[in-house]
Every structure is written in structure tokens, then in C-alpha cells.
Design a protein around this ligand. Structure first.
Ligand code: PEP
Length: 254
């Protein structure tokens, strides 16, 4: 069994028109040597077109940070559909990021609908799941992961995970500098894989489960060495080409 590592950068609501191009150009030259890892960036929507133009001939894939659960076109002011994202070269769509769940009302049902919409458009959803600090301290980590994952399993079916990526992102580790230990990450990832394996062992074996939450150049290699950690979803460090490249190098070497 060998799952290729994936390192995906989530720029969140950061960067600028000019800064996006510089960042991607720097990444394109520095990640060249690390061809044993898949790499993607997820810029804010307005920068997709210019990033698409820069990465189109490269192995740097493009993703969106969110997607509308409605498909095609329609009277949904402010939303962006999967079909539109595909037009701009997106391969991935992040769904269920904890910031969407926390600040924008993305509950389990809506996340499941976004997962389905991404796949319907031909995108690979990166489904984020993870517990808050209070939930971890109350011993509810597994229950939260199970609830979040099973909402999507119920809506999409286990076979859909053959064309998806899961990201374990403990909320307490996102943007806090407080990274999960390799043991904490491994145990959550193994639990998620076991939930999928209960329905389909082959899909579970091949599913990429990324870790996200304050991944930096100095902790990436130990996290990526865990048996069930198949790469990372990188926030802050993906805004710095040198840091992001060092994390890609860890994925290449793992
Ligand atoms: C994220 O935004 O998904 C994330 C993991 O952020 P950070 O790496 O900054 O913790």
C-alpha cells in the first residue's frame, strides 16, 4: 500500500492580486525538485484566473476554498458553483473547513451537499473534519469525527470516497501554533480510516487523509511519517513560498 502524499495550501482570505502571482511563481520554481509529492494551492476566488494561467503547464494543481452546494447557474447571489470552478482549472474544492462551519453556517448537512456538488462538477472534495478544544477536553474527539464523516457517508455513500480527500483539522490547532503531536494526529487519522474501512476496506486503504493545523517546516516530516497521515492542508505556511516548499520537501521525502 502506498498513498502518494498531497500538500495543499489554503490561503484563506489572504494575498493580493500582485502577491498571488509572485507567490505562485516562487513556488513553481522551488517545488520542481520535489516530484514525489502532489501539490495544490487554494487561493481566494478572485485570484483563480491569474493563478490558473500561471500553473496550467505545471504540476501545481488548483483548488477552491469552498463551493456552492447548488449546481450550474441560478439566482444565488454571492455564490460560486462547481462548474465555474472547473472552468478556472480547479481540481480540488475544500468543503467543511472549520472556519466555514464556525462563521458561515456550514452544518453537517450543508457540508455533505457541498461534497456532492463538488463531485457532480468533477472536482475532488477535500472534506475537513475536526474537533474543537472543548470537545477534545470533554473526550468527544471520536464522536465529533464520526458525526462529521458519517453525515457525508450517508449522503454520498462510501464509494464517493474513492474520489475524495479527507483532512483532519483539529480546530484548536488551526492558526494557533499549537500543532497536534504525531501521536494525536495518527490516532485521529487511524480512527477516520477505520470508519471508512467498516464500509469498504479498499476505499479506506487508498483514501488520502491530510493533517491540517499549524503544519510548519520543522514539524512536517514527523507528522508525514505517521502511517495514516498522507500529507497536509497548510494555512499560514502556504503564504510563504520558502516555508511551503520546505513542507513539500517533507512530503517528497516521506
Ligand atoms: C487551515 O487553514 O486549514 C490551516 C490548517 O491553517 P494553519 O496551517 O495556519 O493552522
Amino acid at each position: 500500500m502506498s498513498r502518494r502524499k498531497l500538500v495543499a495550501g489554503n490561503w484563506k482570505m489572504h494575498a493580493s492580486k500582485e502577491g498571488s502571482s509572485t507567490l505562485v511563481q516562487d513556488m513553481l520554481s522551488s517545488i520542481k525538485a520535489f516530484d514525489r509529492v502532489d501539490v495544490a494551492v487554494c487561493p481566494p476566488y478572485p485570484y483563480l484566473a491569474q493563478v490558473q494561467a500561471l500553473v496550467s503547464e505545471s504540476r501545481l494543481a488548483l483548488g477552491s476554498q469552498d463551493i456552492c452546494e447548488k449546481t450550474g447557474q441560478g439566482a444565488f447571489t454571492g455564490e460560486v458553483s462547481g462548474q465555474m470552478l472547473v472552468e478556472f482549472g480547479c481540481k480540488y474544492a475544500i468543503v467543511g473547513h472549520s472556519e466555514r462551519r464556525q462563521f458561515f453556517g456550514d452544518n453537517d448537512d450543508r457540508v455533505a451537499a457541498k461534497f456532492l456538488a463538488a463531485q457532480a462538477a468533477g472536482l475532488t472534495p477535500i472534506l475537513c473534519v475536526g474537533e474543537s478544544l472543548a470537545e477534545r477536553e470533554a473526550g468527544q474527539m471520536e464522536a465529533v469525527l464520526e458525526r462529521q464523516l458519517k453525515a457525508v457517508l450517508a449522503a454520498a455513500g462510501v464509494k464517493a470516497f474513492g474520489q475524495a480527500v479527507v483532512a483532519y483539522e483539529p480546530v484548536w490547532a488551526i492558526g494557533t501554533g499549537r500543532t497536534a503531536t504525531p501521536e494525536q494526529a495518527q490516532s485521529a487519522h487511524a480512527y477516520l480510516r477505520q470508519l471508512i474501512a467498516a464500509e469498504d476496506a479498499i476505499i479506506a486503504r487508498d483514501l488520502r487523509i491530510l493533517y491540517g493545523g499549524s503544519v510548519k517546516p520543522d514539524n512536517a516530516a514527523t507528522l508525514f511519517a505517521c502511517a495514516d497521515v498522507d500529507g497536509g492542508l497548510i494555512g499560514g505556511a502556504s503564504l510563504d513560498a520558502a516555508q511551503f516548499t520546505a513542507i513539500c520537501a517533507a512530503g517528497h521525502g516521506a
